[in-house]
Design a protein. Structure first.
Length: 274
């Protein structure tokens, strides 16, 4: 099943948690043609936007017996709330239900023990909110081809999508792409601050940094060239960029710094795993 076939879905998608990421997923499903009457949302504190979807046919805070087959239960609750939420959510899980989790640090085994079902664990990132996310997923061994296809269709509605076979690598995925947007935003933040230190007005420095990071990201997205080649294309021998890269690529530059940062995030993800 591709994202283009969500409009032919049989059964209901139950979304548990309609925060930023859960809402981004649902927006993607609707954009891909999923019938709103096929969506049920469990959210104790729904936003006005979520309440408004009720007028389009989305069911808000249903009971487990309010509809028939549950094709998928999508877990978008905060990991620390999952233990409490699982008792409410388990009645929605039937023998054929896909349980798709986007909770950080929560293992397939923990999810299966708490909810049952056929579990796929995924890690999206915040650019999903504009359809430019990247999600990596790993499936339990009992997940069949049709449910893998359904999981892929639901996740690909917010951007690029990849499968993993080894769940232990999800900690590294979390460190690189899950946390990665924060690293990019920090780059824009610190580039603006460096511009101010070099004498630029703060407002101009912030705009230059923001547009440079955003534009470079879009160029990287559209180009067939890899990041290293694009970097080299900007760099003239003996020029200003080369002088800056001499610092950024030095002994204490980006490479060892990002290696330590990703290692720290990976370590923390393993610590949070349950």
């Amino acid at each position: 099943m591709s994202s283009a076939t969500l409009d032919r879905l049989s059964g209901t998608i139950v979304l548990a948690g309609a925060g930023k990421m859960g809402s981004a997923l649902m927006t993607g499903w609707l954009a891909q043609g999923l019938d709103p009457t096929r969506i049920a949302v469990i959210e104790p504190r729904p936003s006005d936007d979520i309440r408004a979807l009720g007028a389009r046919g989305v069911t808000l805070n249903p009971a487990a017996g309010d509809f028939g087959a549950v094709a998928a239960l999508v877990l978008a609750v905060k990991p620390q709330m999952f233990g409490e939420a699982a008792t409410v959510l388990r009645p929605f899980v039937q023998a054929s239900t896909l349980v798709l989790s986007i909770m950080a640090g929560t293992t397939i085994t923990s999810i299966a023990n708490a909810c049952g079902g056929n579990v796929v664990r995924a890690m999206p990132n915040t650019p999903a909110a504009i359809g430019r996310g990247i999600t990596v997923a790993v499936a339990d061994r009992n997940v069949g081809a049709d449910q893998r296809a359904l999981a892929g269709a639901l996740l690909a509605a917010t951007g690029a999508f990849e499968w993993l076979d080894d769940e232990s690598l999800m900690d590294s995925v979390t460190a690189v792409s899950g946390s990665g947007p924060a690293y990019v935003f920090l780059l824009a933040e610190e580039l603006a601050r460096a511009g101010v230190a070099a004498g630029l007005p703060a407002e101009l420095a912030a705009k230059l940094a923001r547009e440079t990071v955003a534009g470079s990201g879009e160029l990287l997205h559209r180009s067939d060239l890899d990041a290293a080649t694009l970097r080299q294309n900007v760099t003239s021998p003996g020029g200003t960029t080369a002088a800056a890269l001499g610092v950024l690529m030095g002994e204490d530059g980006f490479k060892p710094l990002l290696e330590r940062a990703v290692a720290a995030a990976t370590k923390r993800s393993k610590e949070l795993a349950k």
